[in-house]
Design a binder for this molecule. Structure first.
Ligand code: NAD
Length: 364
């Protein structure tokens, strides 16, 4: 079953990591290294079964291949899942054991923080391997990636506005924001600065209050956000929120937000949005500012350079909208196509190199 899935979706490697002393149980998956080393975070989760962990790591690693490729990074896709309880099972020995496994891959895989892992955990991994990002700023990292993710969402939103309204200015536009946490609060600041009007909702009243107080946002109820009169809807909290219930309520012309896996069903709900004339900015490209920022650490972190690269998300969005128009496909599919085209082109370069090498060898 596993090899069948690996063959079907072109996976390169699955590594089972076990350390008896620390109790580490983790799985590293390298999906594709055509564009460069596989970069993707280490997620800690109390998986009920090993099968569930394998399914998750396969899905997440492949997602990183697409995300890194569509963001224009010279990196492949990979991921680690750690099976365990983040509140009880962590220790120095645990993460150093994982670090040794990461190191054993010789740079084919680079890890980082993800759900339930922290900067401190990455610092422990760093004691055993250089192939880790998202370490402490004192070691030369870029720190919390959320502000850069927010900048990326803002740039993507400007390009999306150009698509929907013919102009990338967000001045005077009304943006409905679902979830004003780390990413969205910074994004709201950028939008406020440009003169956009904000409508916000959050399950956390404090998060709502600071957006109202500092950025003059209007607060609405949790379920009201889908049907408000606005120009752009920015989902920044939950996955699966573009679905049969919510899409019919929407009055916006565009959707662009940081949440992962926004479309409950990629094909069906892309079609529903297109039928309503709503421009959809593909989530994994929109929210790639964080990974772009983290990836800059691999060259010795330089904030100015990282910001420039994050701003490139505007141009990546440009390519996606062009592909969608030229190939008459949804923007979600166009993002996948952009990623696949880059990888396929590099594969051809690789095969040409090997052919040249072979010719030289034969001549020699
Ligand atoms: P966060 O936890 O700081 O913010 C999420 C906010 O959503 C919180 O304020 C929370 O109270 C609110 N929320 C939760 N459920 C809600 C609901 N039902 N209705 C309304 N609000 C609700 O997280 P974040 O780091 O800002 O990330 C936001 C989203 O962006 C997440 O989906 C995350 O996976 C994605 N993302 C984040 C980054 C990053 O750099 N932080 C990078 C890529 C993607």
């Amino acid at each position: 079953m596993i090899f069948e899935e690996m063959a079907h979706n072109d996976y390169e490697q699955l590594v089972f990591c076990y350390d008896e002393v620390s109790g580490l149980k983790a799985i590293i998956c390298i999906h594709d290294t055509t564009l460069g080393p596989a970069l993707g975070g280490a997620r800690m989760w109390n998986y009920e079964t090993e099968e569930e962990a394998i399914t998750d790591v396969l899905r997440l690693a492949r997602g990183m291949t697409y995300k890194n490729a569509a963001a224009g990074l010279n990196l492949g896709g990979g991921k680690t899942v750690i099976i365990g309880d983040a509140k009880k099972d962590k220790s120095e020995a645990f993460f150093r054991a994982l670090g040794r496994y990461v190191n054993s891959l010789g740079g084919r895989y680079i890890t980082a923080e993800d759900v339930n892992t922290t900067v401190q955990d990455m610092d422990l991994i760093y004691q055993e391997t250089p192939y880790v990002c998202g370490i402490s700023e004192s070691y030369g990292s870029g720190g919390d990636p959320s502000p850069k993710t927010a900048l990326g969402v803002y740039m993507a939103m400007k390009r999306t506005a150009k698509e929907a309204f013919g102009d990338d200015s967000l001045k005077g536009k009304t943006i409905a924001v679902q979830g004003v946490g780390n990413v969205a609060y910074t994004m709201c600041g950028l939008l406020h600065e440009e003169g956009a009007k904000l409508i916000v909702t959050d399950i956390n009243q404090e998060a709502v209050d600071r957006a109202v107080e500092n950025y003059g946002a209007t607060a609405v109820g949790l379920d009201e956000i889908y049907g408000v009169e606005a120009d752009i809807y920015a989902p920044c909290a939950l996955g699966g929120i573009l679905n049969d219930d919510t899409i019919p309520q929407m009055k916006v012309k565009a959707i662009c937000g940081s949440a992962n896996n926004q479309l409950q069903d990629d094909v069906k709900h892309s079609e529903m949005l297109a039928e309503k004339g709503i421009v959809y900015a593909p989530d994994y490209v929109v929210n790639s500012g964080g990974v772009v920022n983290v990836a800059d650490e691999l060259e010795g972190y330089d904030e100015e350079r990282a910001v420039q690269k994050v701003k490139e998300i505007y141009n990546q969005m440009d390519k996606i909208f062009s592909i969608a128009k030229e190939d008459n496909i949804s923007t979600a599919e166009a993002a996948d196509r952009l990623a696949e085209t880059r990888i396929n082109q590099m594969m051809r370069v690789k095969s040409t190199f090997s052919l040249n090498e072979k010719n030289q060898f034969n001549k020699g």
